[in-house]
Ligand binder design. Structure first.
Ligand code: PGA
Length: 243
């Protein structure tokens, strides 16, 4: 895993640069995008670049990383709704190139299988961008997730349900769907993005700890083309590393 620590103020630009470079090198890249607080300003930066003509995402295929279960279609907290709000509606990715996991269908397991097939039919993911939860989860691959896990329905951990309160949901979902660790590992390139002091403890586990299913992000670090971009705050408990 390549580790790139950047000043807090440069984090969003550094990640946007990485994604923009990927799109320039492979304009028709299949990219998995996460939601959460981490990518919000990164998406604003990418949106500005597309709107100012510096970047085109017109041939990109975009896949959502995960989705809450049982939120109504009108909920603005759905991952798909936030992706539209923060990125898709602001850039030139054609709507037919945008794929979201639909947890309102009667057969969620079948939806997950079809989502995997869609990725495979397009030749696989070229880049998976993932954030990390304070419990080390990736998407909704919670502690206990296995390297062999594919896209599937999962029970959300108590930590994830507690953190979800920040989205002001009427009801906190107890389940979700997520691309699996194996699905992510099969991607050509993985970009892990982490910012903030509240993730510093988790970063010591990712960089110095053992590979363990208790900390799912550690299962990605031996991927042959994995880059971690983190800001100085998230790196503050690491010794021997600096921006
Ligand atoms: P955050 O979420 O970006 O809101 O911190 C990351 C995650 O839980 O995967």
């Amino acid at each position: 895993m390549k580790v790139n620590i950047v000043d807090d103020a440069k984090f969003d630009t550094a990640v946007a640069d990485f994604i923009a470079e990927e799109v320039r090198c492979n304009p028709s890249a299949n990219i998995c995008f996460p939601t959460g607080d981490t990518p919000k300003k990164i998406y604003r930066e990418l949106s500005l670049r597309v709107q100012s003509g510096q970047l085109s995402m017109a041939s990109v295929h975009a896949f959502g990383l995960d989705e809450w279960g049982s939120l109504p279609e009108t909920s603005k907290a759905r991952c798909s709704a936030r992706m539209y709000e923060q990125l898709y509606r602001n850039v030139d990715i054609p709507s037919e190139h945008i794929y979201c996991m639909d947890t309102l269908v009667p057969d969620v397991d079948d939806m997950c299988k079809k989502y995997e097939k869609r990725i495979a039919d397009l030749g696989g993911l070229n880049l998976a961008i993932v954030g990390v939860g304070i419990n080390g989860h990736i998407g909704f691959n919670e502690p206990g997730s296995q390297k062999t896990d594919r896209t599937r329905k999962v029970t959300l951990s108590a930590t994830t349900q507690r953190v979800a309160k920040k989205y002001q949901l009427d009801v906190i979902p107890t389940w979700g769907v997520t691309l699996g660790i194996q699905t992510l590992f099969a991607t050509e390139k993985i970009l892990i993005i982490v910012n903030g002091q509240h993730k510093a403890d988790m970063m010591t586990k990712l960089i110095n700890g053992l590979e363990t299913t208790n900390v799912p992000v550690t299962l990605l670090r031996n991927h042959p083309n994995c880059t971690l971009i983190l800001d100085s705050s998230a790196a503050s408990l690491l010794t021997g590393w600096q921006a």
